[in-house]
Design a protein around this ligand. Sequence first.
Ligand SMILES: Nc1ncnc2c1ncn2[C@@H]1O[C@H](COP(=O)(O)OP(=O)(O)OP(=O)(O)O)[C@@H](O)[C@H]1O
Ligand SMILES: [Mg+2]
Length: 340
Amino acid sequence: MKSLALFNNKGGVGKTTMTFNLGHMLARQGREVVLIDCDPQCNLSALALTEGELEEVFASDASMGRTVAACVERVRIGNGELYKPALLELAEHLSILPGDLTLSRFEGKLAKAWPEVFSTDAESAVFVTTAIERLAEGLAIEHDVDVVLFDVGPSLGALNRAVLLACDAVLIPLAPDLFSLRGLENVGEAMRDWKDDWGQARIRIQQAQTRTAGRRRDGRGAPREHAMEPIGYVLQQHLAREEVPLKAYSRWAEQIPAYYRRFVLGQESEPAPGQAADPHCLGHLRHFASLVPLAQAARKPIFDLKHADGVLGTQFQLVERARAEFKALAQKVLQRLDAA
Ligand SMILES: Nc1ncnc2c1ncn2[C@@H]1O[C@H](COP(=O)(O)OP(=O)(O)OP(=O)(O)O)[C@@H](O)[C@H]1O
Ligand SMILES: [Mg+2]
């Protein structure tokens, strides 16, 4: 199993829309995919499920494990392990574990646990910090999952840190604008800090294990380390209406390769190619305009929209473009994930 998050500190860059569409496309390539909605705003869940379905999910008891928040509830209140997740099937090879606003409560617990993972008695803090990771690993074993795709909000807070620590790979959606470039600076630094800090914590945990004959008190080994490897970025051409980005945006787009190398990969002095030739760019997604609300209403990926969903005339060409763009993106993501 490979775990992947689409992440950027800049909000509204299309993370959720891309996660939903990419998830469908990866499933269509024959991979077993689970979407996990780790954004307490639940936008992915609202894209994928009807209000009635969500109402039923939220009305269920935590022990039924029907949301991420329900699954981690016992860990949050400190009286047990994760509840087993109950997935909802969206399509062949594709399921979702919905989010819930109450996941914000778990963020407080994670924030409190983080400084404690560096202490000599870090066991319960590590247990909390790795809850999301255990959730994903459990799914992989129980449901034979190939790809876990996390949707997260744009914050650099404790919840996203815990999710990213559970990720083998990170893909960065961004727009050709000033704020996306600023977001790249933050994302790169935060990811490096989280990885370094977690590495330090793991060393301490392993040292403590050596002292206690190789076992933590709860009988677990050291928490698994995930590479959190940046596998590239996707340029969202939300505001560009032509094949070539508008002049105003191309000036930002051309700075992305250098920013990505410097701030995300930490390669200060690497020469950067032009944006169009950048191998770290896994795709350009165009402005899908009125298809986006149609897809939201139909709870379908953009590339599955039909006449019955309200698609008319030349919009069918855009549906086909969406299919081609997401197919190409899914193939590149799979290549990078397989190598990660
Ligand atoms: N390719 C696209 N073409 C047109 N509109 C899009 C496209 N992708 C996303 N949008 C629209 O842009 C807005 C933001 O998208 P989305 O919610 O996916 O971003 P996000 O990065 O997940 O936001 P947040 O940071 O709030 O989680 C939404 O209204 C969405 O419908
Ligand atoms: Mg979102």
